[in-house]
Design a protein around this ligand. Structure first.
Ligand SMILES: [Zn+2]
Length: 74
């Protein structure tokens, strides 16, 4: 993504009709959505969100359920 977007991040594409609070929330959610997490099976940090609540490890291929934007809460 372009650096020029600054603080708004990927939420910037939604334009100005959303409030600042929404933008912040969306930005945080997208950040977390694109983050990688540690796999519960192989321990590698290769877990990415496959769809809402579904997570998949790109290393060993294990799939598991989690929260929409985080694999697990513990
Ligand atoms: Zn794994």
């Amino acid at each position: 993504m372009a650096k020029s977007r600054g603080k708004i991040g990927s939420a910037g594409r939604f334009g100005e009709r959303y409030g600042k609070r929404i933008k912040t929330l969306t930005s945080a959610a997208e950040k977390s959505k694109n983050a990688r997490y540690k796999c519960p099976k192989c321990g590698m940090t290769y877990v990415k969100r496959e769809s809402s609540g579904i997570w998949k490890c790109r290393k060993c291929g294990v799939k598991f359920a989690g929260q929409a934007y985080k694999p697990r809460t513990e």
